[in-house]
Design a protein around this ligand. Structure first.
Ligand code: SF4
Length: 167
């Protein structure tokens, strides 16, 4: 990125990729999919004490079509997995996924037939947050990890939706 320091005007040069990534990483719209105690812990990062708004991610959405960050918090039962998969598929590109806590990432203590032993068996996960439950600071750390991924991203990775591609 270049900035004019000649005093003849205010301008800068950059790449479209860098500009889009800068905007995206600082304006994430998370969709929490909380099914258990981790979901309760996630609520604490929304408080003024932890202030997720510092990272531009305070616009929580409960519609996948308005979200670009899926945050899975809690154990996922086998019967719930089709719902989670459908939500993921309804999110527009580009999108990212955080698996929060031991249960979402590996089933945690629920080593049983009815609980999914890691959501990454069904949907791609970008960042795993360890803990049972993870502390709010760990959740923010996971968010920063997503921002770092976005910073390295390229617009060329994404295909336009089918309707646009056909015109
Ligand atoms: S990881 Fe721990 S805190 Fe999170 S949902 Fe599982 S049992 Fe609850």
């Amino acid at each position: 990125m270049g900035v004019d320091r000649s005093g003849r005007g205010d301008w800068l040069t950059t790449r479209v990729d860098a500009l889009a990534n800068w905007a995206r990483k600082n304006s994430l719209w998370p969709m929490p999919f909380g099914t258990a105690c981790c979901g309760i812990e996630f609520m604490s990062v929304m408080t003024s004490r932890h202030d997720i708004a510092r990272f531009g991610a305070e616009a929580i959405r409960f519609s996948p079509r308005q979200s670009d960050l899926l945050l899975v918090a809690g154990r996922i039962a086998i019967k719930m997995m089709p719902v989670l998969t459908r939500i993921y598929e309804q999110m527009p590109e580009p999108k990212w996924v955080i698996s929060m806590g031991a249960c979402a990432s590996s089933g945690g203590v629920f080593d049983t037939y009815s609980v999914i032993q890691g959501i990454d068996n069904f949907i791609p996960v970008d960042v795993y947050i360890p803990g049972c439950p993870p502390r709010p600071e760990a959740i923010l750390d996971g968010l920063i990890a997503i921002q770092k991924l976005i910073k390295q991203d390229s617009l060329s990775h994404y295909k336009p939706p089918l309707e646009e591609a056909s015109t």
